[in-house]
Design a protein around this ligand. Structure first.
Ligand SMILES: C[S@@+](CC[C@H](N)C(=O)[O-])C[C@H]1O[C@@H](n2cnc3c(N)ncnc32)[C@H](O)[C@@H]1O
Length: 262
């Protein structure tokens, strides 16, 4: 099932993604110039969870167009992106070249990476903004994160808050309850940038196949793979209704000991 989901999402993220990044962030040259001015701005408070990144090996999984990985490389980290979309890779590598940094960009389903080469390689595994809904089961994903990390390494995982499973936000800032927090079904959903294109072109965009997770499922998957959760920070929405959570960041560490199965 993961294979089918990943193939569907690869198709979705390979359709006009390069064009979208140029629309959104400008030419690779413009995007690189902005990153070089202030790389920290792109990493927001997540940088604070990574310590001094200079000299660290960082894997940015589902790292898309490089808007996190390239600023990390500008700050002196050695960065590997894993992402399923060749269109994202093309944009990211062009931005990296313009920014004067080298990054490794692996175009692959995260579930099919070469663990023999990458195991125990990373000080930090970083994922951000629209991640877990691409997975049909969180346990194999958590296991891959565990395997990629060195002992003493750290996961920084930021994603949309699961409250979105049952809240809908109207344009007038109204909030409605709709949906089921415990819904475990896969569903078709528009790729993130589809609605930024003219209405007349939207039907041509292949859909993503998504699964929304609740907080208990997320925490349980990360904890049960052997990582020790240090913090779970719930962050307020940034555009309206700021009394509700919009995202969360989970920080978890890989320590030396490994718990025996209970
Ligand atoms: C919304 S983006 C995540 C945001 C990203 N961190 C950024 O900086 O823009 C989701 C990314 O996940 C990638 N993706 C989806 N499923 C994947 C999978 N199974 N393996 C690797 N990448 C995947 C997509 O190609 C897309 O670039």
């Amino acid at each position: 099932m993961q294979k089918e989901q990943s193939e569907t999402n690869k198709k979705a993220w390979s359709y006009r993604a390069y064009e979208w990044w140029e629309k959104k962030s400008g030419t690779p040259k413009d995007a690189a110039a902005d990153m070089k001015c202030n790389p920290e701005k792109y990493l927001r408070k997540h940088l604070g969870y990574m310590g001094d990144v200079k000299g660290k090996n960082i894997a940015v999984l589902l790292g898309s167009n490089g808007r996190k990985a390239i600023p990390l490389a500008l700050l002196g980290a050695s960065v590997t992106i894993v992402d399923i979309s060749p269109e994202n890779q093309r944009y990211a590598l062009e931005v990296a070249r313009e920014a004067g940094v080298e990054i490794e960009y692996i175009v692959s389903d995260v579930f099919e990476i070469d663990l023999d080469r990458l195991r125990h390689n990373y000080d930090v595994v970083y994922l951000e903004g629209g991640i877990l809904h691409y997975f049909v089961d969180l346990n194999p994903f958590a296991r891959i994160v565990y395997d990629l990390l060195k002992t003493g390494g750290r996961l920084v995982l930021n994603d949309f808050h699961p409250i979105r499973k049952f809240l809908r936000f109207a344009e007038n800032q109204g909030v409605e309850i709709e949906g089921d927090y415990f819904d475990s079904r896969l569903f078709d959903g528009a790729v993130a940038y589809r609605n930024m294109f003219p209405q007349s072109e939207r039907s041509e965009f292949p859909d993503c196949l998504l699964r929304l997770w609740n907080m208990g499922e997320i925490i349980s998957a990360i904890a049960s793979c052997g990582l020790v959760i240090e913090q779970l920070i719930e962050e307020p929405r940034t555009e309206g209704n700021t009394f509700l959570p919009g995202s969360f960041t989970l920080v978890a560490n890989k320590y030396i000991f490994q718990q025996q199965p209970f």
